[in-house]
Design a protein around this ligand. Structure first.
Ligand SMILES: C[S@@+](CC[C@H](N)C(=O)[O-])C[C@H]1O[C@@H](n2cnc3c(N)ncnc32)[C@H](O)[C@@H]1O
Length: 218
């Protein structure tokens, strides 16, 4: 918890949270992993794992043979995660099934694809073009009928807008327009998780074929 707050103070733009997610939010975001591929192993990508709060929810859903890629931009978080996979009993079992990649998700190669993406990114801190680019990347990384699972803090954009200047308000409105369209076109489940600081909506989107996202004009 302390190390998370330290990173928040150091780089609020990328961390964008005051505390790691709760186990309740982790479970809500990992629910899509109950949908397994008809045959063979399931491949999962987590983006922005931080200290591994959502990772715990994912690991609970993995079966032997499944794989997990963790893409984290922050080298301190990436090394904390690597340490966890060597020492924490909830993580060690999955060490050989897991790969930690320390780079921005925007730069992740699209040479492999995933059944599910669990995402902890703070979209409300990003420029609209970055949000668009990240969802286009998700689209390219997903298998057909794959899911993207992410959270939004309740009422956070509204609260931010109250104290924002004009340029910042416009940025937030553009990010909201992108997310609202994606949600309208692709969301198949939402869950309000009150047991989180602050409370959050867990959202699950499905992209039925690659390129849908780009064509929907999000
Ligand atoms: C809100 S924190 C979430 C941490 C953790 N998943 C949780 O729920 O407690 C956002 C995380 O995304 C990471 N991050 C931000 N931008 C990123 C990017 N472009 N690519 C990969 N990771 C990123 C941050 O370093 C941070 O770990």
């Amino acid at each position: 918890m302390l190390s998370f707050i330290r990173q928040t103070l150091k780089d609020y733009y990328h961390v964008g949270a005051i505390a790691p997610s709760s186990r309740a939010l982790a479970r809500a975001l990992a629910k899509s992993l109950e949908e397994r591929p008809p045959a063979g192993a399931m491949h999962v990508l987590e983006v922005g794992p931080g200290t591994g709060a959502l990772t715990r929810g994912i690991l609970e859903r993995l079966h032997a043979g499944d794989t997990l890629v963790l893409c984290e931009i922050n080298p301190d978080f990436a090394s904390q995660l690597a340490h966890k996979f060597s020492t924490d009993p909830e993580f060690t079992r999955w060490k050989n099934a897991t790969e930690i990649i320390c780079k921005p998700v925007e730069e992740l190669a699209t040479t492999r694809s995933f059944h599910h993406i669990v995402c902890g990114l703070p979209f409300n801190n990003f420029q609209p073009d970055t949000v668009r680019m990240i969802f286009a990347k998700f689209d390219a990384l997903l298998q057909k009928d794959g899911t993207v699972n992410f959270f939004e803090y309740v009422a956070i954009r509204h609260l931010k807008r109250l104290v924002a200047n004009r340029a910042e308000r416009q940025r937030l409105e553009s990010v909201e327009a992108i997310l609202t369209k994606l949600i309208a076109n692709h969301q198949f489940r939402q869950q309000l998780v009150l047991w989180n600081l602050p409370p959050a909506w867990a959202r699950s989107l499905r992209f039925s074929e690659n390129g849908t996202l780009m064509r929907s004009g999000a």
